[in-house]
Design a protein around this ligand. Sequence first.
Ligand code: GSH
Length: 205
Amino acid sequence: MKLIGAYRSPYVRRVAVSLNLMGMAYEHDPIPVFDEQDAVRKYNPLVRIPTLVLDDGESLLESYAILDTLDDMAGPEKRLLPANGPERRALLKLTAIATGTMDKAIWAVYEGRFHPKEKIHRPWIEHNEEQACGGLGFLNDCAKEANDGWLGGGNRIGQADVSGAIAYAFTNMARPKLELAEKFPALAAFSARCEAMDAFSSVAP
Ligand SMILES: N[C@@H](CCC(=O)N[C@@H](CS)C(=O)NCC(=O)O)C(=O)O
């Protein structure tokens, strides 16, 4: 299978780390989504990354849908979110807080990147940054409680951990002025612990 999109995208990265953790081999094609739209459109009518092209040519899109399919393919031992039950519900919530944090950090970035200077609306950037910090604060409390364990408890890394660690790393990289390591030290330490794993460091942004 082929994963389309640069690892700078936190959504691409959470798919890449998940593939690594599940031990699934893939080819990486870091097509720049804004510069080579037709190359992405061929696989995804929304022209967004990540897009995962399966060996039979079918393409999967939207990271949550891609990961749901990969969990299904990986089977019970390797899947990163439980298939059902209250544990799934709790971990989906944590994962949604992590991906919502990514959304908000990206919206803050896009406001500055895609508007001419005179049309950039600072309050909208601050609004999104505040929401991203809300998500990171919640994850920081989970990291504090987890101590040296995983965000959602349990004895092995799961999707809430992957997405939580990447949400922090991406927001910290994209919004350095927010000084996140000082605001959220437990999450910063958790993210650093994950980033030291091969599954993460081999797909650094
Ligand atoms: N909800 C989507 C978000 C994906 C997304 O926003 N990707 C960005 C790159 S980080 C993108 O493709 N942007 C191009 C655009 O929206 O025009 C997912 O989880 O996959």
